[in-house]
Design a protein around this ligand. Sequence first.
Ligand SMILES: *Cc1c(COP(=O)(O)O)cnc(C)c1O
Length: 399
Amino acid sequence: MSDTKKTGQNTRLVVGGRHKEWTHGVVNPPVYRASTCVFETYAEMRARTAAPNEKKLFYARKGTPTQWALDDALSDLHGGAGTLLYPSGVAAIAGVFLSLLQAGDHVLITDNAYEPTRGMAGGLLKRMGIGVTYFDPLAPIRPLMTDRTRMIFTESPGSLTFEMQDIRDIVAAAQVHDALVVVDNTWATPLFHQPLAHGVDVVIEAVTKYIGGHSDLMMGSATAGERTLAALKRGAGHMGQTVSPDDAFLALRGLRSLSARLRQHEDSALKVARWLRGHEAVADVLYPALDSHPGHALWQRDFSGASGLFSIILKGGDYADTAAMTDGMRLFKMGFSWGGYESLMVPSDPTPVRTATRWSADGPLVRLHIGLEDPEDLISDLSDGLTRYGRHLNGQSGF
Ligand SMILES: *Cc1c(COP(=O)(O)O)cnc(C)c1O
């Protein structure tokens, strides 16, 4: 919505994508359950066929006002020319790769990328004759650029190990080779980081996470500038990518309260992270919002907040010690995904998902999602869990 371009992100979260002709006077767009849209006249049908990407009812694979409202709101938040919606975050990543790359191209992917992104690069992209090189998220990218490099794919901070990447440096390197820059922005959301403003070409969100926000929905999005939007639309069209109006409705409903939720996630995550940093069983807390984090300055420069996901490295300990902690948690249940209202805990070893760098932490890594529970209750749960962890340390007295 062009009339909101100068407003703040909180206002945009509220007004984005709300058009009277889509809502007919109620606040939210109705759920338009549809496949076929009908035309009264042949002239009308011909006109719509000639402009299938206009936001006018044509055929429901191209969306209805329910999906368009979400697409518009996300485009507005990111300052993008348009947004494509996909049935999951992984589908969004695949859609972006397949729409913008071709055989013979080379893509640089950050070594801390989300594991399924690496799986896709090692399988699907390789099979299509697209070269993949992983880069050290902390090292300059320029030396890795070749004449064939068509895309740099970043995830900052990485959603398991939280290394920050210097997006300005990456965009500058890409410009020299006329390459595209794609950012997986799921951790920050459009509220805390707007990569397109830094010259990035495409920003991917796993809408499943904070935008949905209630652990009841799978969706992904890719918001693009003018340079890549037409290619993304073509790709999504060729692959038949679309999302259901019910899911779009839920995502839009989640989006409206993103700011209030995220600020609470951030506030509680900071409290819990600071408490963990002082705990004797904890070797390190990987959270860019802490001034002890090596990427803190980059985070301060480019981001306006931190979400509720971070990892801790525990001192010493093995599988049994970790299980003694995880299996007795009252609030931190183990589960993949994150961004819902509930706290989660996932022990994970980054070693096998590294190729450009080596993971060298001594103790187990445990990723935490700090939910909307009272932070004091979360700290109490973690305190008991870390006591169980420490007690089981081989041959050592507990913490
Ligand atoms: C979860 C996640 C995805 C994938 O989203 P799904 O909707 O689960 O497919 C992509 N990137 C990051 C960083 C994620 O955390």
